[in-house]
Design a protein around this ligand. Structure first.
Ligand SMILES: [Mn+2]
Length: 358
């Protein structure tokens, strides 16, 4: 029966049999993999929690050797399949792969050709979704703290970040040395949309041919600008602009409930109705949050502002048959803070899927 599936996301340094079994034990049947090592060379290297970073960003970009090849992707897919998981999506390009696509720089055409090759590899490896976040500032401006129940450490936002971005940084990661005196020029929202349109015009034909859906994550955190750079989807209705670019099935949404809940306008339930009814949602980040831009905290699934049972009801009513994954969760006080937080979220989601009908 076509129904909502439960998935699980793993970061690059977590790709091993033990974690595949952990995901399966939590009830996941589908898996999402992040191939970009957000933490490399930074304060969070080797840690499992969410990167926050400082004005210099998360970590060093560019460790991509062999990762996006058909061989490597097929191997991961097979290793996961052996543990009962279907590798269904990859999440986020390494910034070195598309820095000049985001910045409209001199290597843009060359990077577009490399991206086309990557999309073909993803399709050839039998993975149906490439999720991306078209952003210059990336996931910046977040803070860490004991924001969830019982003082569980999670991430949040406390006001706008207007620090200019030094040249050498893109998508909150470092491409190399950061410039001491040169910053990225401020551009308009219109210009950023134009860059996205060009990116999709170049890649959608390849994606369609390869059977891959390109799925756009909304801007996290959803400010109008972060570090002086424009955001694309920082209100729920702005996803319409994406869908209007092309009616292709390969032009899809990676819908992040937490990010939509953090937005200041509209209503996350109406947005869910609209976008799942059209069949344009590839998969869903399932998390909860308290507060909205410019101040909010990520919290446990059962203590935030979002009514998660109502969410499942809407998904069922609209026959959403993709998968939902826990996105981030608060860290729990124990020997395995990340795994405990994830197990809690997965159990909660599994119970929602079992009990909520429409
Ligand atoms: Mn998300």
């Amino acid at each position: 029966m076509a129904d909502i599936k439960l998935g699980f996301g793993l970061y690059r340094h977590m790709l091993n049999t033990e974690n595949y079994r952990f995901a399966r034990q939590c009830g996941a049947t589908h898996a999402v993999v992040h191939l970009t090592d957000y933490f490399a060379g930074g304060e969070h290297e080797g840690r499992d929690d969410q990167p926050v970073g400082d004005a210099d960003g998360w970590g060093v970009a560019g460790n991509t050797d062999g990762l996006w090849s058909v061989d490597y992707l097929s191997r991961i897919r097979e290793e996961m399949a052996d543990e009962g998981l279907k590798l269904s999506a990859l999440e986020n390009f390494d910034p070195v792969l598309w820095s000049d696509v985001l910045l409209d720089g001199p290597r843009r055409e060359e990077q577009i050709e490399e991206l086309k090759g990557i999309i073909r590899n993803i399709g050839a490896a039998g993975i149906g979704i490439m999720a991306y976040n078209f952003s210059i500032a990336g996931v910046a401006a977040r803070i860490h703290g004991p924001f969830a129940r019982g003082g569980a450490v999670s991430v949040g936002v406390d006001g706008e970040d207007r620090t200019p971005i030094p040249r050498g940084m893109i998508w909150n990661m470092r491409l190399g040395e950061l410039s001491r005196d040169e910053v990225l020029p401020e551009i308009s929202h219109r210009e950023l949309w134009r860059r996205l349109e060009r990116f999709l015009a170049d890649l959608l034909p390849t994606a369609e041919e390869a059977g891959v859906r390109l799925a756009l994550h909304p801007d996290d955190p959803p400010f109008e600008r972060v570090r002086r750079q424009p955001r694309l989807v920082y209100q729920p209705y702005m996803y319409r602009n994406l869908l209007e670019i092309s009616p292709s099935r390969s032009n899809a949404i990676e819908l992040c409930l937490g990010t939509l809940q953090e937005m200041t306008e509209g209503d996350v339930y109406e947005a869910l109705e609209e976008y799942t009814r059209g069949g344009r949602v590839a998969y869903i980040h399932f998390r909860n949050v308290r507060g909205k831009v410019p101040r909010y905290h990520e919290v446990f699934l059962d203590e935030g502002d979002l009514d998660t049972a109502r969410v499942v009801e809407i998904l069922r009513r609209n026959h959403f048959d993709g998968f939902i994954i826990p996105d981030h969760t608060p860290q729990m006080s124990c020997a395995a803070p990340w795994h405990a937080g994830m197990a809690y979220a997965m159990g909660y989601m599994r119970a929602l899927l079992t009990t909520v009908r429409c």
